[in-house]
Write a protein that binds this ligand. Structure first.
Ligand SMILES: *Cc1c(COP(=O)(O)O)cnc(C)c1O
Ligand SMILES: [Zn+2]
Length: 449
């Protein structure tokens, strides 16, 4: 699976004071206590992609397009160690139009037809290997964990990160310690244990788990993907943005709607679009960034709505557990990304999260987890507020799979009593069912006509 023929020139830099920190497991600047971020030498990336061709853009696009369909096709723009050989084909999930969902979201508008043409879904509910976009961030973080010589990796998680770290660690033969709030969905706990990871349930919320992990990271030589490896981890999220642009035919959308927990993904999709513009791979144009949160844990959307530049931490109370971070690490930067782009942020209550999971499933055949319900519900509000217009190209980021959060739907559907395996029984059952739903009985003749 060696499709990696480029080598990025990159290093850690402080996001505020600009001090360089080389490459090491560290996420905070000791000088000013601001977060670190990876910066690249874009000139050398451009020449390594173009390989001396006259038409740099065409040649770079072709070089990328020839590579296998996974996130490693953008390796020049990822902080990967020298000689890195990917062990898993992560990413390159489908992007497709969602006309039936669009008709419902923009339903009472005259131009719902336009929305049908212009609404897209980026479906990371089918990201491999663990069915959420977190596989992307973990893939990059663990590449560096190995390069830094860690034999044990760890994380604090709201669920999907736990699954991804455990699975990738198993594949790479690393030990894994996973710290989770005790109230996570059973499928997310089981989906971590199955990979042989050490799962530590903490009687507390995510923010408390995360604080504990920062303390453990000081004590032990472990690679915490979202603590000391966080700058590397976060870069993996950019591949969602690279793929959206490539899959739209090397074009940026007008709007993206992104669910927010720590607020990292939304800022990294922005970074991805900016990098593609800088390299000339897409035409530069304004993109509006829209954040989505659950009302029961909405520190970022509350700040955007009230015009505040800083986060006021909240105590999470929502079924959207994957987004339940009350004190988001990248909240400040997420607010900035949204505001500077002319976007907005919305949030939806738990009942609307469930309705939206069902709406996406019934209109487009995609079963998303609660985070996807948050995204779809928030997008509906944004269409109704005319913040997203039907004639604009809009991408909804569906980031996780519904099979992991089936507990929120328990009680929504009745379990039918079984019937005898006889045709007459079925006919009787069909009549009863059609009568109760008030539809005229169909016969074989009319159905087959
Ligand atoms: C973690 C997560 C997010 C949000 O990611 P951040 O980068 O922390 O904002 C969105 N959706 C799902 C399903 C997640 O697991
Ligand atoms: Zn600094």
């Amino acid at each position: 699976m060696s499709n990696y023929d480029g080598q990025a020139q990159y290093e850690l830099r402080c996001r505020e004071c600009g001090r360089s920190w080389g490459n090491q497991p560290r996420s905070i600047c000791d000088e000013c206590f601001s977060p670190l971020e990876i910066t690249y030498d874009y000139d050398s990336i451009q020449s390594s992609l173009a390989q001396g061709a006259v038409d740099k853009v065409k040649s770079s696009r072709e070089r990328i397009a020839q590579r296998p369909p996974n996130m490693w096709r953008y390796s020049e723009l990822l902080p990967l160690p020298a000689g890195f050989e990917p062990r898993l084909p992560v990413g390159f999930t489908p992007l497709f139009q969602a006309p039936r969902l669009a008709a419902r979201l923009a339903g009472d508008q005259v131009d719902a037809d336009a929305a049908a043409q212009n609404l897209y879904i980026k479906n990371d509910a089918v990201c491999l290997p663990t069915l959420s976009f977190k596989d992307r961030v973990v893939a990059v973080a663990l590449a560096q964990a190995q390069a830094f010589g860690f034999d044990t990796v760890a994380c604090s998680s709201t669920g999907n990160l736990a699954n991804a770290v455990a699975a990738h660690a198993a594949r790479l033969g690393l030990k894994a310690w996973i710290f989770i709030p005790s109230d996570l969905e059973p499928a997310k706990i089981l989906g971590t244990q199955v990979f042989g990871a050490n799962v530590v349930r903490i009687a507390g919320n995510y923010d408390q788990v995360n604080r504990l992990c920062s303390q453990i990271a000081e004590e032990r030589r472990w690679g915490f993907v979202n603590v000391n490896l966080r700058p590397y981890y976060a870069e993996g999220s950019k591949t969602v943005g690279f793929e959206i642009a490539e899959q739209l035919g090397w074009r940026l959308p007008d709007n993206v709607v992104v669910p927010m927990a720590g607020g990292s993904l939304i800022t990294k999709i922005k970074k991805a679009f900016d990098e593609l513009s800088k390299l000339g791979l897409v035409e530069d144009k304004p993109v509006k960034f829209f954040g989505a949160q659950a009302t029961g844990c909405s520190p970022i959307s509350t700040a955007v709505k009230t015009g505040s530049a800083e986060i006021e931490p909240q105590k999470p109370a929502t079924i959207a557990r994957s987004l339940a971070i009350g004190n988001p690490a990248d909240g400040h930067y997420a607010i900035k990304t949204i505001k500077h782009s002319g976007g907005w942020s919305e949030d939806v209550g738990d009942p609307e999260v469930i309705d939206s999971i069902r709406l996406l499933a019934e209109t487009e055949g995609i079963f998303t987890e609660t985070a996807g319900g948050v995204t779809v519900g928030s997008a509906g509000k944004l269409y109704r507020q005319d913040r997203i217009l039907p004639e604009e190209t809009t991408v909804l980021c569906i980031t996780g799979n519904g099979l992991k959060t089936t507990d929120v739907l328990s009680g929504v559907y009745e379990i039918e009593r079984p019937i005898a395996p006889k045709l007459a029984e079925f006919e009787k059952y069909l009549h009863e069912t059609l009568d109760t739903v008030g539809v005229a009985s169909e016969t074989a003749a009319t159905v087959g006509a």
